[in-house]
Design a protein around this ligand. Structure first.
Ligand code: DAH
Length: 339
């Protein structure tokens, strides 16, 4: 028994110092001091010894036990300290390191332009209407007073899905859809995508965006149209912005006009931006043609209205001084980041 005890003393000492984690040390505690541990087993056998032997072996056994317990406690605190230091080291946070920049996106210039225009019109009491992009020939042409053989169809050649279904060439389609479904007073704008079979260049794209406007009520005159469009332009280009109306022709309005605004660059003097005109064309407008009203079931003797349509790309290009329309569709981050 004496040799066993000495062996345990030596063996446990070695194992304690060789052990490298709190978990391993706990296993060693069980191995020696647990209920079925080696040292415990020896202590249990004390009863089988004679009185003299018990005196000697008992003393030794007690000494080995308390030594083992002490060494265990010591080693435990050493291991706990070093494990704590290790975790502190591995979780170390360098608060002096520079932060990582988060890239937050922003609205595309076309979307921003659309939102700005919506905001202006909502402030004047307009609501927003919507219509399909795949349209029937009827809504895109016929109902807008553009019959089958009308030359305006050439200017607005588009993509035919079937003989009678096209990708709409203008948001004016929404005028008809709204008038068919709602009695006056009507006061809407309708932003959206339109299509034409144009080749891509700096000022053309087969897909682009328009904002349509329509007001129908009793006693609507060109003065209302002028006031509304003047407000729009002043909000877009500043209080000192002047506008001018030029006679024009659109099949669905009578009279019709093209509306220009004073060049913001030269204030009307003439420069490269406005091709020496002093004014820049912005939109088409006019008084809704009585035929168009009647076709939608609105009595043109009681009601009148005005309508207008503008290109979003052009407006954004002027607003942000973008020279090439293609830039708006290429999704080049170096370009988009400028806004
Ligand atoms: N839809 C026309 C175009 O795409 C623009 C336009 C002109 C719309 C006159 C109108 C309008 O509502 O009254 O060229």
């Amino acid at each position: 028994m004496e040799t066993q005890l000495n062996q345990i003393r030596e063996q446990s000492e070695k194992e304690f110092s060789g052990c490298s984690s709190v978990k391993e040390l706990e296993a060693l505690r069980v191995k020696y001091l647990g209920k079925k541990g080696e040292l415990t087993a020896i202590l249990k056998q004390m009863g089988t010894l004679s009185a003299e032997e018990r005196l000697v072996i008992g003393q030794l056994a007690n000494a080995v036990r308390s030594e083992t317990e002490n060494r265990l406690a010591e080693r435990l605190s050493e291991l706990k300290t070093s494990e704590m230091l290790e975790s502190l080291e591995s979780e170390k946070l360098d608060i002096t390191a520079p932060g990582r920049k988060k890239h937050i996106g922003h609205l595309h210039p076309i979307t921003a332009m659309e939102d700005e225009i919506k905001e202006i019109f909502m402030g004047m009491g307009f609501s927003i209407a919507d219509g399909p992009e795949a349209e029937t020939d009827y809504y895109n042409f016929e109902a807008l007073n553009i019959p089958e053989n009308h030359p305006a169809r050439d200017e607005q050649d588009t993509f035919y899905i079937t003989d009678k279904t096209v990708l709409r060439t203008q948001t004016s389609t929404v005028q008809i859809r709204v008038m068919e479904n709602k009695k006056p007073p009507i006061k809407i704008i309708s932003p959206g995508r339109v299509y034409r079979s144009d080749a891509v260049d700096a000022t053309h794209s087969p897909l682009f965006h328009q904002v349509e406007g329509l007001v129908v009520d009793k006693g609507i005159t060109m003065a209302h149209m002028k006031g509304t469009l003047e407000t729009l332009m002043k909000r877009l280009y500043g209080e000192d912005c002047k506008i001018r109306f030029r006679p024009h022709h659109f099949p669905f309005t009578e009279p019709s006009a093209e509306v220009d605004f004073m060049c913001f660059n030269c204030k009307g003097a003439g420069c490269r931006m406005c091709k020496n005109e002093g004014y820049i064309e912005l939109l088409g407008a006019g008084m809704v043609h009585p035929k168009v009203l009647e076709r939608c079931g609105i009595d043109s003797n009681i009601y009148s209205g005005f309508a207008f349509g503008m290109g979003l790309e052009r407006t954004a290009m002027r607003r942000y001084n973008i020279q090439d329309m293609r830039l708006l569709y290429e999704n080049d981050i170096r370009f988009l980041e400028r806004f």
